[in-house]
Write a protein that binds this ligand. Structure first.
Ligand code: PLP
Length: 351
């Protein structure tokens, strides 16, 4: 598969969200408690010890960011220092020796620059997805932290995770299912960390929902099963008729960097922005809902099915006006069509 995709002509307007082998990835190794300097490597395959903690006990964390080719021809990475901080927190939760912010940012910088020939052109709506990850390796058997670690960043050209990118000038809304059978995260568990185990647990409910025609699952809080937490790969928001932007407050959801950004944009646009409990049976209070994340960008939700009830937003298939505004504003900042007044973008000098 890798060899096939290596030289394939990329249709940048129809990328979806999938792995495509790029020439270079960054890797650094931790053997005696110290990180190597790290360098770019060309082999996408990794040799791993059969006792590696990542294989048995899920000792692994990751991140996801985007890099854009902007209107003026420059390259920028969106809010990488936020990801560096969250990555560190995930590592600490799993007893993984964190990499320094400096190494994290430098790795993003190096892979973006080294693979820049594959960066989707401005105007396609696509970008690079940067995937930093870290895992426990080396000789081990019992449940304990690994003796060795690998930190790596690879990159792939992508469009949108939920396939919601505007192609006809209109943003498509999807159909989502609230799971009443499965939970994503427990109070005081690992829901707020970006670690493999959370996603392994979401595979079956995600598969069942997708097989029934839904885009993804919306999870409830596992203590009371009454409140919206988040989706399998994005945070949730709703907008009320009186211009309130509401997003769930919970200690067991991933603190989304896209959400943090969209909250600012909503506030700037004059909306009242609130993080609070969002009860599933009150979803009818909203006139628009959506999902926010690096992959999802802002994915409008047109319909939510919940325990025999259906909530519909707008015509059910297109984004509402406020969602469209927030999406366009975020994208314009990312693609350099609006000035980055908030200092969200890290410039990557590629020449
Ligand atoms: C479970 C989950 N929630 C939320 C998000 C959104 O976070 P961010 O905006 O930082 O990408 C993601 C990843 O995109 C995710 O996997």
């Amino acid at each position: 598969m890798s060899e096939k995709t290596k030289n394939e002509e990329l249709d940048f307007t129809n990328l979806g969200f999938k792995y495509r082998r790029m020439p270079y990835r960054f890797r650094a190794y931790n053997k005696d408690g110290k990180w190597s300097e790290g360098s770019l490597e060309t082999n996408e395959r990794i040799l791993i010890h059969e006792g590696a903690t990542v294989l048995h006990y899920g000792q692994a964390a990751f991140e996801g960011l985007r890099a854009f080719l902007r209107a003026d021809g420059t390259v920028g990475i969106f809010r990488p220092y936020e990801n560096a901080t969250r990555f560190r927190r995930s590592c600490e939760r799993l007893l993984i020796p964190p990499v320094s912010t400096e190494m994290f940012i430098d790795a993003l910088y190096q892979v973006t620059k080294a693979n820049v020939d594959y960066l989707p052109p401005y105007g396609t709506g696509a970008s690079f997805y940067l995937r930093p990850y870290i895992y426990g390796d080396g000789e081990n058997l019992g449940v304990s932290a690994a003796p060795e670690y690998v930190f790596s960043v690879f990159v792939a050209p992508i469009a949108s995770y939920y396939g919601s990118d505007a192609s006809d000038g209109k943003l498509a809304a999807g159909k989502y299912l609230i799971s009443t059978d499965y939970d994503r995260a427990a109070p005081h568990g690992t829901g707020a960390d970006k670690i493999g185990g959370n996603y392994a647990a979401s595979l079956l409910p995600g598969h069942l929902a997708k097989s029934s025609g839904y885009v993804d699952v919306i999870y409830l809080d596992s203590a009371t099963h009454t409140k919206i937490e988040e989706l399998g790969g994005a945070n949730f928001y709703g907008i009320t008729a009186d211009n309130e932007f509401v997003t769930p407050a919970s200690e067991s959801i991933l603190p989304s960097i896209t959400k943090k950004s969209v909250m600012e944009l909503a506030k700037d646009a004059g909306m009242k922005v609130t993080e609070r409990e969002v009860f599933a049976d009150q979803l009818g209070d909203f006139t628009e809902t959506g999902a926010m994340g690096t992959g999802a960008v802002i994915a409008p939700i047109g319909q939510i099915d919940y325990a025999g009830r259906t909530f519909t937003y707008g015509d059910g298939i297109h984004a509402g006006e406020k969602t469209e505004y927030l999406y366009n504003t975020l994208r314009k900042i990312q693609f350099g069509e609006l000035q980055d007044e908030k200092g969200w973008i890290l410039d990557v000098k590629v020449n």
